[in-house]
Write a protein of this length. Structure first.
Length: 267
């Protein structure tokens, strides 16, 4: 990753902001094995909310339910009050929900700029025929999307990698490409799945700055991670253990909670 300036967090937001995401009574099982049991929490607008848990706690299942990769056996997932139960992954994206992956999902043979431009697919207005014929309107649209993607690349310190093949970048920079691609899509809610996985200490610190920057610009974020240090960036953290939330609050309170210490830290 390229070094970035140390960005200060905004002051803590009031807790009564309207919720962007609400999970109500979420339950799920695989066969007869219960993975989630009556999970309830909200991600208020403009906040960073964290979900922690050891392997097998159910956090990946919960994350996949929110993003549409799984359908819950019970409960509701609401985005700004709208029930997304019947929505496909694509429909959720159109409504402003975007996710990253534990292993960055990039188009490895495409350039960095092309990868970021993919995040602007919703902004395209030309039809297939017009695009094939390269009409003046489609050329202007392409230039507009390219300029937007270039601006995002510069914002994320990727300017010198515009034409680089993305698959040849280190893991940390591929992570930034994925963030830049999500950013240009202007999500109402960004879901980050184990974003520090595979990164070294310096890269995690820089990732933290990117997340803080996105949030300082008003982006609402659900952060799923096992990284206790990264989780200190969250306004509220929910601790998941064997499919149930056992504690909620600021990260300092979570770390001091005896149930969390027993479950995650060994007492």
């Amino acid at each position: 990753m390229t070094a970035v300036a140390d960005l200060k967090r905004l002051p803590s937001r009031p807790i009564d902001l309207p919720a962007t995401l609400e999970l109500s009574g979420i339950a799920h099982s695989f066969g007869g094995f219960k993975v989630l049991t009556d999970v309830n929490f909200a991600v208020p607008q403009g906040q960073i909310v964290g979900l922690i848990g050891p392997n097998g706690s159910g956090k990946s299942t919960c994350f996949n339910i929110v993003s549409g990769f799984l359908r819950p056996k019970a409960g509701r997932v609401l985005l700004s009050g709208r029930d997304m139960a019947a929505d496909s992954i694509q429909a959720r994206t159109r409504h402003g929900l975007m996710r990253t992956f534990q292993t960055p999902k990039v188009f490895e043979r495409m350039s960095v700029l092309e990868n970021v431009m993919v995040g602007l697919h919703k902004d395209g207005r030309s039809g297939i025929l017009a695009s094939m014929l390269r009409t003046p309107t489609t050329r202007r649209e392409f230039d507009r999307l390219r300029n937007t993607a270039e601006e995002a690349c510069r914002k994320f310190a990727l300017g010198k990698f515009l034409d680089a093949q993305t698959g040849r970048l280190p893991a940390g920079q591929r992570r930034v490409v994925e963030l830049a691609r999500a950013y240009v899509g202007a999500p109402r809610l960004l879901l980050l799945d184990e974003p520090s996985s595979g990164l070294n200490t310096e890269e995690i610190g820089q990732l933290r700055s990117w997340i803080a920057m996105l949030n300082s610009e008003g982006m609402t974020i659900l952060l799923v991670s096992h990284d206790m240090g990264l989780m200190t960036i969250a306004d509220t953290v929910h601790a998941l253990y064997f499919g149930e939330i056992i504690a909620s609050g600021p990260m300092a309170a979570i770390q001091a909670d005896p149930r969390v210490r027993e479950a995650y830290l060994g007492g």
